[in-house]
Ligand binder design. Structure first.
Ligand SMILES: C[S@@+](CC[C@H](N)C(=O)[O-])C[C@H]1O[C@@H](n2cnc3c(N)ncnc32)[C@H](O)[C@@H]1O
Length: 228
């Protein structure tokens, strides 16, 4: 029940077609990613979830019952010659260096690979073994950044090894690492400052997150000017 059967079949057909055309060299890299993105965005609009794919809803929502529509979208010109890497942050940092490192790590114990598994499965055109009522796939990446036990070690390694002059990290007051720990770790590698602002809490499609903890969260920007 993540999708109606009709929409699920169209998503399946869309992904299969995009991959088939790419493999047959009818689409170049850019066209492939454009078409794949169109299918993923369309699928997400008709998903029968609260926005994350940890579970599906027991009854189909009005938006989930709508027939899926695949759309094009405007592309913006790139502002720089950028490169994109995919991988574990601490592993990538062994190769990368620069002036400013901006970090937006997971805040909570929710694993992204659980929360968005279906989008990953579609994007990669996988047919994994699934288990449990909610059909989670086997073999997902588990991030240390979403683990209360492992996050501090991941964070210390990153701050210590990052070969950048400025390190800037977004984090909220409802995150698994306390502000004091971040201050102590970053502060021991140079000049540390912090900025904060109140921000509207994330509202899921069902709006249920608003029922606890008020309407806003405190968002921090932790800044380190690294010395040495
Ligand atoms: C708060 S989100 C960042 C969202 C991003 N700023 C954006 O606008 O799309 C955290 C991201 O970190 C990724 N992540 C989790 N653990 C990671 C790791 N060890 N290395 C690299 N990325 C990781 C998650 O998959 C997720 O995409």
């Amino acid at each position: 029940m993540y999708f109606t059967n009709e929409n699920a079949m169209l998503i399946d057909a869309g992904i299969s077609l995009v991959y088939e055309m790419y493999e047959n060299k009818q689409l170049n890299d850019q066209q492939f990613y454009y078409c794949l993105c169109s299918v993923l965005e369309a699928a997400d609009k008709v998903s029968n979830t609260t926005g994350m794919y940890l579970a599906y809803l027991k009854k189909f929502t009005t938006s989930a019952l709508k027939p899926i529509v695949f759309k094009g979208f405007d592309l913006t010109e790139p502002v720089a010659n950028n490169e994109v890497y995919l991988g574990d942050a601490n592993a990538l940092l062994k190769e990368a260096s620069g002036d400013i490192l901006y970090l937006d790590p997971p805040y909570t114990a929710t694993q992204y690979s659980n929360a968005y598994h279906l989008l990953n499965t579609m994007a990669k055109n996988e047919q994994p073994q699934v288990y449990g009522i909610t059909g989670r796939p086997e073999g997902r990446n588990i991030s240390g950044w979403s683990s209360k036990r492992n996050v501090e070690a991941e964070f210390r390694t990153l701050i210590e090894s990052a070969n950048f002059e400025f390190l800037i990290m977004s984090y909220s007051n409802e995150s698994i690492m306390p502000v004091e720990l971040i201050r102590d770790v970053m502060g021991s590698f140079g000049k540390y400052t912090v900025r904060k602002m109140e921000h509207q809490r994330f509202k899921s499609k069902a709006g249920n997150e608003n029922s606890v903890g008020g309407n806003t969260v405190t968002e921090y920007l932790h800044v380190l000017h690294k010395v040495g």
